[in-house]
Design a protein around this ligand. Sequence first.
Ligand SMILES: Nc1nc2c(ncn2[C@@H]2O[C@H](COP(=O)(O)OP(=O)(O)OP(=O)(O)O)[C@@H](O)[C@H]2O)c(=O)[nH]1
Ligand SMILES: [K+]
Ligand SMILES: [Mg+2]
Length: 448
Amino acid sequence: MSKNAETIAAIATAPGAAGIGVLRVSGADATAIATTLLGRTPQPRHAHYCAFRDAAGDLIDRGLLLHFPLPNSFTGEDVVELQTHGAPVVLDLLLRRVCELGARPARAGEFSERAFLNGKLDLAQAEAIADLIASQSETAARAALRSLDGAFSARVRKLLRNLIDLRVYIEAAIDFPEDEIDFLAEPELRNRLDAVSDELSTLLSETRRGVRLADGLHVVIAGRPNAGKSSLLNALAAQDRAIVTPVAGTTRDLLRENIQLDGVLLTLVDTAGLRDSTDVVEREGMRRARQELERADVALLVTDAEHLSEDLKLLGPAQSGGTRLLICNKIDLSGTEPQRREEASGIRIDLSARTGAGLDLLRSELKSLAHGGDAATGAFSARTRHVLALERVAAHLAAAEFALVAQQAGELAAEELRHAQRDLGELTGEFSSDDLLGAIFSNFCIGK
Ligand SMILES: Nc1nc2c(ncn2[C@@H]2O[C@H](COP(=O)(O)OP(=O)(O)OP(=O)(O)O)[C@@H](O)[C@H]2O)c(=O)[nH]1
Ligand SMILES: [K+]
Ligand SMILES: [Mg+2]
């Protein structure tokens, strides 16, 4: 059940001049503050036109006052929202007045934290609010809204229920040691374990996709000098961002450019050409290029028909995890047609950064990678924290399976499942430490 805590207040709208500004107040004194400002008891969920006055009775501004009594409010406490003209000075004066009347300025994320503590939202939903506010593309915003609506949390809770069922099933067997060995060998148990593992790996890949949708796809352009990497960045960005010259070794530093492809965010990174060099500046550039490649979701290895086979060796062990696309550039020189094909060495796209021929093939390839193969319909947003927690759950599940199958050790398996359950509960905040909560909410903006 919701209850009122110490009263907090903050300007909820972005800093700067605007048509309207909103000040939010939540907690024990919110109703009394609203009553003082209005001069009478406000009606719940009604827009009252109100003259906001300071302690001396001088007018601060006129605007609207809305009262949301607990528990039907964002935080689950008594909440008051005050709307004025969006003048920073007016909002500051009103905030000062509200603090004189008993509120204190809210910390970053404190409203959302209270909503979480009062059971209005779980942790993943609260994080989705911050992700929605920070979203940089349509797809990311839609995905964050789905998480806020609980699409991600529902999946986590379903997996949690199945995990608990499995643990209870195993623990029941441990209670009857004489039957334990037979029981652990039963196919029913293996089937249940497999079902939970499958469910987890689906959730894990959708969660990874959720992170990509929120953060955008990290695309690193690499290859030997003069392959046309900077030209490709400029072509994709439709802007003359990077310096292009016939001099090999033109690009030294990393150059980042955010672009949107049909509502999906991509961060393109141009890098220094990879080759043997004794030039200190160039070597530092190459070190940065390789470091960036390690973090890439997609590496575009730019080459041309002539250098294809030798360039394949260029990335070597530098690239980990992500997808590699071979970009055969400069088809205008060879007079060949743009095309996409799947080869033993990976997907290859022939194009010309100079004329733009074949760029569409690359764009649609990047779009489908951002969507994780299929369209992003129904996708939810997620954070790296969620992926890491799910990976820990997967490790515990694998250990539980090993304990059961290889060792017939039911007790060990149950212990692993208990750890898995705890890590899964961290996603929704059921088993989250105060440190974790503090770290998450302090990254929110003030007034949220
Ligand atoms: N004909 C033709 N020339 C191209 C194409 N793409 C790039 N070039 C030329 O190739 C040269 C090198 O291009 P850049 O984009 O600077 O190559 P880079 O890979 O960034 O080179 P570094 O930064 O030195 O590693 C320039 O003269 C470009 O105009 C292309 O598709 N066709
Ligand atoms: K160059
Ligand atoms: Mg370059």
